[in-house]
Design a protein around this ligand. Structure first.
Ligand SMILES: Cc1cc2nc3c(=O)[nH]c(=O)nc-3n(C[C@H](O)[C@H](O)[C@H](O)COP(=O)(O)OP(=O)(O)OC[C@H]3O[C@@H](n4cnc5c(N)ncnc54)[C@H](O)[C@@H]3O)c2cc1C
Length: 383
């Protein structure tokens, strides 16, 4: 029999990578199998923010916002080379949220963030702070800060550290079949290699229920909705190092963010899809993003200005609300039908919460781990 792992993780997105790092730092024998390149799926198609998610406050998701803001502070310390605080301006639009609602939301955001090295929010005059960016009818705004991150790099740093701590990382190999034996899982890869593990973790992001059904051959307990989010990239629309949080008439938010010195990143849309494979932007999503930008900015954009686009799929836990109101929180499904071979499936989540999620994975697997008294450690060790 080949090596026996304590934990085998299917999927090296941010969640699989974070769990691999955390577990290998506890001296567990860990293997990660990724069908493509490390971090090449949802985790590199995000808006690239480590943020509390100001607008989740409208859905009363205080727990998620507080946890995310705490994580923002931790990630700023442990991944300092790949994150940067940037100011966001919310132009006030009288037809949208009132000044008092925004003020209250930002007050809560600052409060839930607790003691933080990131500056607090404030009301600003658009003409004094950013006179050249927005149309003249936008006079009042609000400034707050979040972190911009190199999302793919965050996955790679976690995987590299897991490797340094002894994890086996298998890239560009799809898990094809899985067999639950009485004492172990046998995991068959596309090149017919068989790996064995005590615990199996399904961290396949938007593929989670496909993998459960077609590879692990179990029925899913949680339903998910696949929601595509698309971005467009243009040459820099303005020189100032500010991001914009634009409120749309449909109550959604579009971010305009300085990107890689020369570019501007604009997103995102929300469109329900039925497959997690090869997401691409549609014409109506391009129109939506351009229309939003042109409503607010002095500089007008058209299709010819787009130099690249990308789309990602959010696997949102189904709770039968509109896409923008469905929770961005994560959930676990621990299957212990056979106590010797637990299976943990990870649903939903954000880049921002990957580290805390990984700690919680370790605590929910504690009864099944050979090392029981390991301490949480990833909040202080630099990546
Ligand atoms: C448009 C958009 C914008 C977002 N913006 C933000 C943001 O600004 N901030 C934030 O905090 N969060 C954001 N998120 C959320 C965040 O991107 C996701 O929560 C996170 O990337 C999910 O990571 P994951 O590891 O679960 O999934 P993924 O990154 O998709 O990883 C799953 C991996 O599993 C692999 N896999 C699947 N099947 C198999 C198999 N059979 N064998 C081997 N490997 C397999 C896939 O190839 C993939 O690499 C955004 C999401 C989207 C879609």
């Amino acid at each position: 029999m080949s090596d026996l792992y304590d934990i085998l993780i299917i999927g090296a997105g941010i969640n699989g990578a974070g769990i691999a790092r955390d577990a290998s730092g506890r001296n567990l024998k860990v293997c990660v199998v990724e069908q493509n390149d490390i971090g090449s799926a949802t985790s590199s198609w995000s808006t690239k923010l480590i943020h509390g998610g100001l607008r989740y406050l409208e859905n009363y998701e205080f727990r998620l916002v507080r946890e995310s803001l705490k994580e923002r502070e931790i990630i700023k310390k442990i991944a300092k080379d790949i994150v940067k605080p940037i100011p966001f301006i919310i132009p006030h639009t009288p037809s949208q949220r009132s000044i008092w609602i925004i003020k209250f939301g930002l007050f809560l955001y600052d409060l839930l963030g607790g003691k933080s090295s990131i500056p607090k929010s404030k009301k600003i005059s658009i003409s004094s702070e950013i006179p050249n960016i927005l149309k003249d009818n936008f006079k009042i705004g609000f400034k707050y800060y979040d972190l911009q991150v190199d999302d793919k790099k965050l996955v790679e740093l976690n995987i590299n550290d897991a490797k340094k701590r002894g994890a086996t990382i298998i890239e560009n190999k799809k898990v094809k079949e899985v067999f639950r034996q009485s004492e172990t899982w046998s995991i068959k890869l596309e090149n017919n290699t068989i790996l064995n593990s005590k615990i199996l973790i399904n961290a396949t992001g938007p593929w989670i229920n496909d993998v459960l059904k077609n590879i692990i051959k179990l029925k899913n307990k949680k339903s998910i909705r696949l929601v595509k989010g698309s971005h467009i990239i243009t040459n820099k629309l303005y020189k100032e190092d500010y991001a914009l949080t634009l409120q749309n008439n449909d109550n959604r938010i579009v971010f305009v963010i300085p990107y890689k010195k020369k570019y501007t990143l604009i997103g995102t849309t929300e469109k329900e899809v039925f497959s997690p494979d090869n997401p691409k932007i549609d014409k109506d999503e391009i129109d939506y993003l351009i229309k939003t930008v042109n409503h607010f900015l002095k500089k007008q954009v058209n299709k010819k200005d787009i130099i690249d686009t990308y789309s990602g799929i959010r696997p949102l836990i189904e709770d039968f609300k509109e896409a923008s109101k469905v929770t961005r929180d994560y959930a676990f499904d621990l299957n212990t039908k056979n106590k010797n071979t637990p299976l943990l499936s990870i649903y939903g989540g954000k880049l921002t919460t990957y580290r805390k999620l990984s700690e919680k994975v370790m605590s929910s697997l504690k009864p099944f781990l050979p090392i029981k008294n390991s301490k949480n450690w990833t909040d202080t060790k630099v990546l």
